[in-house]
Design a protein around this ligand. Structure first.
Ligand code: MEV
Length: 338
């Protein structure tokens, strides 16, 4: 049995705009997805998902991935979760030059599915690492990130950036601009997450921004302005001591940029009443800044607050199902059991 885990992420800045070549800064967080893999004698793949915001399900299918038995959970959720796992399996078979390899796979995730915390990227990254290792092949993190991106790209019909998968593979804070992906230094940012219990449809939300951008020059300008916000934020991070406790001044400046970013994302139509309500709940509690994270439409917001006030306020906000502190995860994908 080979077990690997990979972290989820929050976007400090730059989601959506990153799809069009603007820079983004996602940060890995200590909420992880863990994938266990055991090679099989045949070419079947059997997947047990314990905790993908589903009730849990088991699916077994032949190597071509075409046959699916009935399972007792909504088909669209199973399809979404299985799409990522199918493509992770394909990438692992390709990397290990083992096209007929079969696996028993168990996915356990602390990251809610489709909520903006990078659950699919974490599952794909951990899955590729575990499955290739189970076949005796060790990939470096960049290759895992690259293969995980190919998998996401396939599932999301070509509408994916490298941000989520690179961040999950590498850990820490990263900067992604097109194909250019690098880890960057960051202080110990005090992230607080609010989760509305729902999920957005990444594909639809990305397509919506694309349409707006094609229809209106000012929407295209809005996307570019998000890039400007990211560049401004990058400079602030570059001046901070890596791993240090950030000063209140730095948090105030970063927070202001997060607020700005949220406004621009709202203008692009990817916020939601629940997300806005959590963002305002956080700001009114004294957070330095707050914004939606990920594709939007529902799911999570991220705020900056070293004190407890934001988490407490969010836990009393009607639209917030769960509020928690998210520590920056310095480690990306890792082996839990060889
Ligand atoms: C989704 O987590 C982030 C988006 O920018 C899409 C992507 O980068 O692939 C909306």
């Amino acid at each position: 049995m080979t077990v690997c885990s990979a972290p989820g992420k929050v976007y400090l800045f730059g989601e959506h705009a990153v799809v069009y070549g603007e820079p983004a800064i996602p940060c890995a967080i200590e909420q992880r997805a863990s994938v266990s893999v055991e090679p099989r004698e045949d070419d079947h793949v059997r997947v047990t998902a314990e905790d993908l915001s589903l009730d849990g399900f088991t699916v077994e299918y032949a190597g071509d991935g075409e046959e699916r038995p009935d399972v007792d959970v909504p088909a669209n959720l199973v399809e979404a979760a299985m799409g990522y796992i199918d493509h992770a399996v394909e990438q692992a078979r390709d990397a290990a030059d083992a096209p007929d390899a079969g696996f028993d796979i168990t996915v356990e995730s602390e990251i809610p599915l489709g909520a903006g915390l990078g659950s699919s990227a974490a599952v794909v990254v951990a899955g590729i690492d575990a499955a290739t290792r189970a076949l005796g092949v060790e990939l470096d993190r960049r290759e895992i990130a690259d293969r995980a991106y190919q998998a996401e790209y396939e599932v999301q019909d070509g509408e994916a950036s490298r941000a989520d998968t690179f961040c999950s593979a590498m850990g820490g804070a990263v900067r992604v601009e097109g194909d250019d992906c690098e880890p960057i230094d960051a202080p110990n940012l005090p992230f607080v997450v609010g989760f509305d219990g729902g999920a957005g449809d990444t594909g639809k939300l990305v397509a919506g921004v694309r349409e707006l951008r094609e229809e209106y020059d000012f929407a295209a300008d809005t996307v570019e302005t998000i890039g400007d916000v990211v560049r401004e934020g990058e400079e602030l991070l570059a001046d901070a001591e890596p791993g240090s406790e950030p000063s209140p001044e730095l948090l105030a400046e970063l927070g202001e940029l997060m607020d700005f970013d949220h406004g621009l994302l709202s203008a692009l139509g990817v916020s939601a009443r629940s997300l806005d309500s959590m963002v305002w709940g956080a700001r009114e509690a004294g957070a330095h800044g707050a914004k939606l994270t990920g594709a939007g439409g529902g799911g999570c917001i991220v705020a900056l607050d070293p004190a407890d006030a934001t988490e407490t306020a969010l836990s009393y906000t009607r639209e917030c199902e769960e509020a928690f502190r998210a520590e920056l995860a310095t480690e990306g994908v890792r082996v839990e059991e060889a």
